[in-house]
Design a protein around this ligand. Sequence first.
Ligand SMILES: NC(=O)c1ccc[n+]([C@@H]2O[C@H](COP(=O)([O-])OP(=O)(O)OC[C@H]3O[C@@H](n4cnc5c(N)ncnc54)[C@H](OP(=O)(O)O)[C@@H]3O)[C@@H](O)[C@H]2O)c1
Length: 311
Amino acid sequence: MESIIITGANSGIGYECTLRMAEIAPTHQIVLACRSVESGHKALQEIKQQTNHPNLICLPLDLASLQSIKDFTAAFSQQPYPSIAVLVNNAGIQNVGETKYTEDGFEETFGINQLGSFALTQLLLPLMADDARITFTASGTHDPLQKTGMPAPVYTNAELLAHPKETTEKAMKVGQTRYTTSKLCNIMTVYQLQSHLENTHIHVNAFDPGMVPGTGLARKYPPVLKFISDYVFKALILFMSNVNTAAKSGKRLADLAFSDQYRNTKGKYFEGEKEIKSSADSYNKAFQKDLWDTSLKLTNTHFRLPQVKSS
Ligand SMILES: NC(=O)c1ccc[n+]([C@@H]2O[C@H](COP(=O)([O-])OP(=O)(O)OC[C@H]3O[C@@H](n4cnc5c(N)ncnc54)[C@H](OP(=O)(O)O)[C@@H]3O)[C@@H](O)[C@H]2O)c1
């Protein structure tokens, strides 16, 4: 039996993705990789009740800690089914309050959304099945042309994103810019990873769930803005094409990550079910290389091809 790993499986889009995955992958082991084991187990029980899936497990994973990422990898590799068919890098945050740092001293949003997911992927690569699939939950907010209302990403260099200089700009703008930049980084990582995996059958793609009001992503917003995000934006689901429920986006994410329809798709960016171009910056090779090299250095990881046979 092979495994499917979903990060941030206890909440929002990740929860709905896991629920859908339990329906379409009944013979795989599904691993809920969650920061809070308690919340992860609660999600597991709910999904088990709804789907009767016999092989759901929850393992602790804090992407704000390189040690936790290593511990997760070690715990997973000791499981009876340590061959990975699917990895969904979905967990993410948006901190619009005061600047915070991960256990390893990286700015929190870049540290979790980019470096944490990057390190996890690098450490799990040796355990990938030779036709494994990796999907990152990105965001349309990475592209200024999408006019999402979020500030445009600012890619300077990865070192500066990990260790930003102090700024007098408003925390909201700074936090939102860090978020959109981290999502740009996820997409550049997809393109770089796919090119490094060129001679394998492992496929890597990026997914934009659209605007999904009501998940935990806006939890750090001031109360009024959180109310607007949770309730007022929900009304937009009826009128706007790329505003979705978590259930709809989670289902689409699971389908992209696992279904046969996308089996041969690689190195692409999806807005929901539609393959589209990502932003101009995301194709910038100098940015991509700086991000790849610096992410390896900062996370002290090494790109290693899967141990299983690949051609
Ligand atoms: N909602 C939107 O409008 C939207 C739009 C575009 C993209 N996205 C992306 O969709 C993904 C899921 O977000 P969501 O909207 O579903 O929000 P959410 O409900 O807050 O889910 C985020 C998940 O990430 C987990 N997480 C956060 N920090 C973590 C850490 N340090 N280690 C491990 N897990 C961590 C959370 O765990 P806890 O519950 O323990 O905090 C939670 O399970 C994110 O990558 C987000 O950027 C969302």
